[in-house]
Ligand binder design. Structure first.
Ligand SMILES: Cc1ncc(COP(=O)(O)O)c(C=O)c1O
Length: 417
């Protein structure tokens, strides 16, 4: 029904759908439900005591600044801390290359605002992060999707899509959301070379890079781009914009992320950010700085890795124990998610209904595809989160899920299951 308001909604609202994940999260909050749906960090590892002390210190020593308006670029010591912190991964950014955002999600929105004209194509992985699609859709983005496999984006499939002239590529090289997969070293090199050859810039989204549970850290695209292709020893000529966040290492409720980009790009983003929220919460930035400083963040990340590694292992073991053989899943080396592939003919949406009856929830795979003929592919997958539940809940949840999977397999082919 059209009312005085609805008839006045702008054209861009036509593409908005209520997020499937939000709706699922509502359902998964029911009592007795074990939810593998959200991308939530474990609340039991939030460093609450350190936050309490940090808030007290900020208010005792610095209330007149921490409660005041601040610079749109972000709190200078926090920007410096980020610039120093990412040096260890080889990213040679100066403070002027860092913009503090209200979570990485705002970074994605600002990038959409900066780069996307209605009808522009964005090259994305299939599957990709749903929140990025939501951010870019509002600006009228269209998509070129390129399949990924266990080694990340299929660079062997990239040339043709790159030739079609996308505005930029959006890539998640580490422990991808939703796939849990990591872009291999070889493909990273290929990707930056191809991006350079076809003049297509890259947005590298890396919220999970620090949460590695096995193997060696792989070089970020932003570093390969600079080292392989530019003579510059700083960040002025980069073809890659790099994003990360404190959401998965400190607390998502802080709403603190950052963008690393060439200084002139940061200046433009600052203008866009002013129109959005003037600046990210000053108080949150002061507190995050106090919490993270003196090596605390590094120590805390070690604890998170230990807890999440154990949970991942419990989930992998339970999948092996309870799931039928013809269901496959990824083996993530870090991050928060793994990705399940169902046998041909099975449909994750139907499975979801059964799973909810068994009191377990996940996110159906079709949410993570940008369309372009991948809908059928999407129905064969679903995403499981392993950071939020306790080991006991994870094992029990996978057991319940296996009941639903066997039921669906039986529906499909009664002799099969
Ligand atoms: C790939 C990816 N990018 C960005 C975000 C947004 O994170 P933030 O909490 O920093 O807004 C998420 C959150 O789950 C994510 O998985």
């Amino acid at each position: 029904m059209s009312t005085a308001w609805t008839s006045r909604y702008a054209q861009r609202t036509k593409v908005l759908k209520s997020s499937a994940i939000r709706e699922l999260l509502k359902m998964s909050q029911k009592p007795d439900m074990i939810s593998f749906a959200g991308g939530l960090p474990a609340p039991d590892v939030f460093p609450a005591a350190r936050f309490r002390e940090a808030c007290q210190r900020v208010l005792d020593d610095n209330a007149k600044h921490a409660l005041q308006y601040g610079a749109s670029e972000g709190y200078e010591p926090l920007r410096e801390m980020v610039a120093r912190h990412i040096q260890r991964y080889g990213i040679k950014a100066k403070t002027e290359n860092v913009l503090i955002t209200s979570g990485s999600q705002q970074a994605l929105d600002l990038i959409g605002k900066l780069l996307i004209n209605s009808g522009d194509r964005v090259l994305v992985e299939a599957p990709t992060y749903l929140g990025a699609l939501q951010a870019f859709n509002v600006y009228g983005a269209e998509y070129v999707s390129v399949l990924s496999d266990d080694d990340g984006l299929r660079t062997d499939l990239l040339e043709k899509p790159l030739r079609s002239g996308p505005k930029f590529m959006y890539v998640l090289p580490n422990f991808q959301n939703p796939g849990g997969t990591t872009l291999s070293e070889e493909r990273r090199h290929e990707l930056v070379l191809l991006a350079d050859r076809y003049g297509v810039p890259i947005v590298e989204d890396d919220p999970y890079g620090q949460l590695r549970y096995e193997g060696e850290h792989l070089t970020p695209l932003v570093v390969l781009d600079r080292e392989n292709l530019r003579r510059d020893d700083g960040y002025s000529l980069g073809n890659v914009i790099y994003l990360s966040t404190f959401s998965k290492t400190l607390a998502p409720g802080l709403r603190l992320g950052w963008i690393v980009a060439p200084a002139e790009v940061i200046s433009k983003l600052v203008q866009l950010k002013q129109g959005a929220d003037l600046h990210t919460s000053t108080f949150a930035q002061f507190v995050a700085y106090e919490v993270a400083k003196d090596g605390f963040l590094d120590e805390h990340v070690k604890l998170i890795r230990k807890v999440y590694r154990e949970r991942r292992d419990v989930m992998l073991a339970a999948l092996k124990e309870f799931f039928p053989e013809d269901v496959k899943w990824t083996h993530p080396k870090g991050g928060l998610f793994l990705w399940v592939t169902l046998p041909q003919g099975m449909n994750c949406q139907k499975l979801f209904e059964d799973a909810v009856r068994e009191k377990v929830a996940f996110v159906p795979g079709d949410c993570f595809y940008a369309g372009n003929g991948f809908t059928e592919e999407g129905f064969r997958h679903f995403r499981l989160n392993f950071s939020y539940g306790t080991p006991e809940q994870i094992r029990e949840g996978v057991r319940r899920l296996a009941v639903a999977v066997r039921h669906q397999l039986h529906e499909l082919s009664p002799v099969h299951a």
